[in-house]
Design a protein around this ligand. Structure first.
Ligand code: FAD
Length: 409
């Protein structure tokens, strides 16, 4: 399908801000920033509107594990230099249960694929720096309030910035504005179907100024609850504990956290959890959510605006990157060849990957977290499944293939 009413002539930068652009992007999280950078590389103008200030966006602690696809697309966007220097490459993960430890090797099970540890905060810093260095429009403290005309050829974003209301006329609007943004709510109610699941537990996450006590991530199932040992760099550890969804950070003084982590990671043989100063603590609820479709008229949804996964499979950030990779290619095809195939197929293609990630994240979550609602029989079934993954290369390949990320279509 093509739309002859759209001009494919390039728009000069001076003609852009603040009133008109080709692609209006709401949100400067990883999805919005990466999309803007990919479009810039393809010669497609975009304006990014971000509600928060730069410091806030650059310091928001979230994900940190990148699939090979995400690394590849960040490199293609020109944001791979520091990632290549500072990212930690991991070839496997460790599973712990019944005080035993098992390693799942990625390259041998997943066609040579591996993962990279590089914090979301650093990706966001790199992409913001690139965009500003290249003189591309990125407005902080610019709050999108309404998207109008998504069924027309000229959708408009109304936004508030520097004490005044503004409008941004666009060819397309991409809502990369996270779970609580206005993008998804701008689709007509009858056009949207949502699917969700809440889990009866949450993650208490800490950041600690101490070198990691392991070389690869440790996922532990213990009768007291799940624990994960991750890291942000060679000097900073990131650790998580399963807690009740209504628990509060105030209930967890530092010593209690370290004691509980020690109990849940306990394993036969020599292994010591190094303790250090905790610099951040927060509790994150666990939720699965999908909104379908991811497009209506000239409005597209990408990243957390359309879907949320529980963090056990480390898929949230990677899905956001996959969405905008598809979308950037589709918009490039439109502007370079007036080919709308990619735009028309975007929602179906993205959702196929989203549902695979939903299944994998749910599979990891239920296998690794004791669920207070489960009876003893169900708990034994999950332990048996974990044991199967730890001892069968066929079962381990399922984990390795999904964890490192299936190739992009
Ligand atoms: C506490 C937490 C911990 C997480 N941990 C992990 C993890 O360990 N592993 C993992 O894989 N994933 C994790 N995730 C998920 C991962 O971080 C997200 O999937 C990822 O941030 C999605 O990127 P995004 O760009 O789609 O959305 P976001 O990063 O949420 O960015 C959306 C942006 O839109 C802006 N915005 C919202 N409304 C407006 C508006 N009206 N106008 C303008 N701007 C607006 C917001 O300020 C924000 O900057 C975590 C998420 C959270 C919340």
């Amino acid at each position: 399908m093509t739309d002859p009413s759209l001009s494919t002539e390039p728009i000069s930068i001076s003609a852009l801000a603040p009133g008109r652009t080709r692609v209006g992007i709401i949100g400067a999280g990883p999805a919005g920033l990466l999309l803007a950078q990919l479009l810039h590389r393809a010669g497609v103008d975009a304006v990014v509107l971000e509600a928060r200030d730069r410091t806030y966006v650059e310091h928001r602690q979230r994900a940190g594990l990148l699939e090979q696809n995400t690394v590849d697309v960040l490199r293609a966007a020109g944001a791979g230099a520091r990632l290549d220097r500072e990212g930690l490459i991991h070839d496997g993960v460790e599973l712990r249960f019944d005080r035993r430890s098992h390693r799942v090797d990625f390259p041998s099970l997943a066609d040579g694929r591996r993962v990279t540890i590089y914090a979301q905060t650093e990706i966001v810093k790199d992409l913001i720096a690139l965009r500003l260095e290249e003189g591309q429009p990125l407005l902080f403290e610019a709050v999108a309030q309404e998207i109008v005309g998504i069924d027309t050829d000229q959708p408009v974003i109304r936004y508030f910035h520097a004490g005044a209301e503004h409008t941004l006329d666009c060819d397309f609007v991409v809502a990369c504005d996270g779970f609580h943004g206005i993008g998804r709510q701008s689709l007509p109610e009858h056009a949207l179907t949502t699917y969700s699941r809440e889990y009866p537990f949450a993650w208490l996450g800490i950041l600690a100024e101490v070198p990691p006590s392991c070389e690869e991530l440790i996922y532990a199932r213990h009768e007291r609850g799940f624990a994960l040992h991750s890291m942000r760099s060679e000097h900073v550890s990131r650790l998580y504990l399963q807690v009740a969804p209504d628990d509060e950070v105030e209930n967890w003084p530092d010593d209690r956290i370290w004691d509980e982590l020690e109990l849940r990671f306990a394993v036969e043989g020599d292994w010591k959890l190094e303790r250090g100063p905790i610099t951040e603590k927060s509790i994150t609820p666990m939720r699965s959510f999908v909104a379908e479709p991811m497009r209506h008229g000239r409005l597209f949804l990408a990243g957390d605006a359309a879907h949320i996964v529980p963090p056990t499979g480390a898929k949230g950030l990677n899905l956001a990157a996959a969405d905008v990779t598809l979308l950037a290619r589709a918009l490039d095809d439109w502007y370079s060849r007036t080919d709308a195939t990619g735009l028309d197929r975007y929602s179906d293609r993205a959702l196929r990957r989203v549902w695979r990630a939903q299944h994998f994240s749910n599979w990891m979550t239920t296998m690794l977290h004791p669920d207070p609602r489960d009876d003893a029989f169900t708990a034994r079934l999950y332990l048996s499944q974990l044991d199967y993954v730890a001892t069968s290369s066929a079962a381990a390949a399922t984990l390795a293939e999904n964890y490192t990320g299936l190739p992009l279509e």
